[in-house]
Write a protein that binds this ligand. Structure first.
Ligand SMILES: O=C(CO)[C@H](O)[C@H](O)COP(=O)(O)O
Length: 225
């Protein structure tokens, strides 16, 4: 993959923020993968951390790397969470959920004192919305919920995998909303959240503390806290 070098560099840089004794949220996706792998190497060399996984896939990866895992409900807070994103704008607002893990990712990031976002340079945008916004909805009467989302001019398309509805780790569906341009991300998030049937949106508003971006050669750190 063309962006793998950038994802690796950003992921490895993000992993250096983690200190001994921390409880760390472990993100989902191909960029978070590199951060988790770097953490696994540090754990093998004696780093003492405990992780909270944001998806079943990440749980399997962390177990393979011998990173001790906790359940989110068993910790009062997390020191830090590391995760990728699908888009990051200039204010640090995010679209997430391309991998379908947005609900757990948001729960984990909300519990963290510091949320480190890790992206390759292609994810930096002036305005959110070119990437279809994932919205997690309950399967019951999902078409009704999708219609209400469509009424907000959000153009939802049910996510499919192998010709069947994609099912999240929480047993829900995802609709990907082809907004093209999201002028007011916070307002859109609120409007969507008010719809019965919507579980969570992939808009992560005012959550990122730091964004680590790489183009494969260099790394840029932006502070949003
Ligand atoms: O939100 C996510 C998963 O739900 C991912 O963080 C996001 O889709 C970015 O993934 P990748 O690093 O593979 O491009």
């Amino acid at each position: 993959m063309a962006n793998d070098a950038a994802k690796k560099l950003a992921g490895e840089h993000a992993a250096t923020y983690v200190e001994d004794g921390m409880m760390v949220g472990l993100g989902t996706g191909s960029t978070a993968f590199f951060a988790i792998q770097a953490l696994g190497e540090r754990v093998a060399n004696g780093l003492n951390i405990q992780g909270v996984a944001t998806s079943k896939d990440t749980e399997v990866l962390a177990q393979k790397l011998h990173i001790p895992l906790l359940a989110l409900e068993d910790v009062p807070y997390l020191d830090m969470a590391l995760d990728g994103a699908d888009e990051v704008d200039e204010q640090g607002q995010l679209i997430k959920g391309g991998g379908g893990a947005l609900l757990r990712e948001k729960l984990v990031a909300s519990a963290a004192k510091k949320f480190i976002v890790i992206v390759d340079a292609s994810k930096e945008v002036k305005q959110l919305g070119a990437f279809p916004l994932p919205v997690e909805i309950v399967p019951f009467a999902w078409e009704k919920t999708a219609q209400k989302i469509a009424d907000l001019d959000c153009h939802p398309v049910q996510r499919q995998r192998a010709g069947k509805p994609f099912i999240t780790d929480n047993g829900n569906y995802i609709v990907d909303c082809h907004c093209e341009k999201i002028e007011h991300p916070a307002e859109l998030h609120q409007q969507l959240k008010l719809l019965t049937g919507v579980v969570e949106t992939g808009l992560f508003i005012d959550m990122a503390s730091v964004c680590v971006t790489s183009d494969g050669q260099t790394t840029r750190v932006r502070d949003f806290a």
